[in-house]
Ligand binder design. Structure first.
Ligand code: ADE
Length: 227
C-alpha cells in the first residue's frame, strides 16, 4: 500500500509515522508513506498557501492552487483509490472504515488547516471526508496520523502476531476482554483462576463472556449495533 499525505506542517506527521510499528511496516515494505509539504507546490512569491475568505469573516482558507498541483502531480504518476480530506465535518472514523481502507493500493490524505480548504478542492478532488471525532483539532495532521496508524496496522504482515488485529476491540463489535500478565498475585489481587487453568476452550468462553460484559457496560451502543 502507498499513502501520500499532503500537509503544511510535515513535522507533525514525521514523528508519529517514523517510530515503532509504523517504522517497521515501512522498513519491511508493507507500506510506503510519503509526506508532501503543500507549501513546496505554491507558485506564489512568498510560497503562501492561504488567503482571506470571500464574503468576509475571520480565519484564513487554504488556497486551491498548491493543493491541486500536488494532487495532479501524484495522480499523473499512479491511480488513487481514495482522496481523503481530514475534517471535523467528515464521516466519524470507526474500525469498519479502517478495515476497508487497509485493502486499498494507493490513497491520498489531505490535512486541512485554518478555516479549511477552498470548497472547490473538496468538489474537484476529494472522494471521502473523515473526522476522527466530534471535536475540533488545530489541523488535520493528528487525524491523518491516527487514520494512518489504524489502517497500516491492519495490513497483513505488519503486526508480528497476525491474529492480534483480528482480536482487537471493535473487530466483532465487542470490546477486548481484560488481560493479565505476571505476577500471578499483586498485593492480594489475583489473576482470574480460569486463565491459569490451561483449559483453552474454557478460557475462550470466559474471554467472550467478559467481552460481552465489558461492551454492555462501557459501550452499549456497539453491542446493540452488533446484534
Ligand atoms: N481537523 C480538525 N478537526 C478534525 C477532526 N476532528 N477530525 C479530522 N480532522 C480534523
Amino acid at each position: 500500500m502507498r499513502i501520500d499525505i499532503l500537509t503544511i506542517l510535515p513535522g507533525l506527521l514525521e514523528g508519529p509515522l517514523s517510530d515503532s510499528i509504523m517504522k517497521r511496516a515501512q522498513e519491511k515494505g508493507h507500506v510506503e508513506i510519503h509526506i508532501h509539504n503543500i507549501r513546496d507546490y505554491s507558485t506564489h512569491r512568498q510560497k503562501s498557501v492561504d488567503d482571506y475568505q470571500y464574503g468576509g469573516g475571520a480565519g484564513m482558507v487554504m488556497t486551491i492552487q498548491p493543493i491541486a498541483d500536488c494532487i495532479e502531480k501524484l495522480k499523473s504518476e499512479r491511480k488513487y483509490d481514495e482522496i481523503i480530506y481530514m475534517t471535523p465535518d467528515g464521516q466519524v472514523l470507526e474500525q469498519s472504515i479502517c478495515n476497508q481502507l487497509s485493502t486499498l493500493k494507493n490513497i491520498i490524505i489531505l490535512c486541512g488547516h485554518y478555516k479549511g480548504v477552498d470548497q472547490r478542492v473538496r468538489d474537484l478532488f476529494v472522494t471521502r471526508e473523515i473526522s476522527i471525532g466530534s471535536y475540533v483539532l488545530s489541523g488535520g495532521e493528528l487525524g491523518a496520523a491516527v487514520l494512518t496508524d489504524a489502517i497500516v496496522r491492519l495490513i497483513p504482515g505488519v503486526l508480528n502476531d497476525e491474529t492480534s488485529a483480528l482480536t482487537d476491540s471493535f473487530q466483532d463489535s465487542l470490546l477486548a476482554p481484560p488481560v493479565y500478565t505476571r505476577p500471578e498475585e499483586y498485593k492480594g489481587h489475583k489473576v482470574p483462576e480460569i486463565l491459569l487453568s490451561g483449559n483453552t476452550a474454557k478460557i475462550e468462553d470466559w474471554r467472550h463472556e467478559e467481552s460481552v460484559k465489558r461492551t454492555k457496560e462501557k459501550r452499549p451502543d456497539l453491542f446493540n449495533n452488533g446484534e
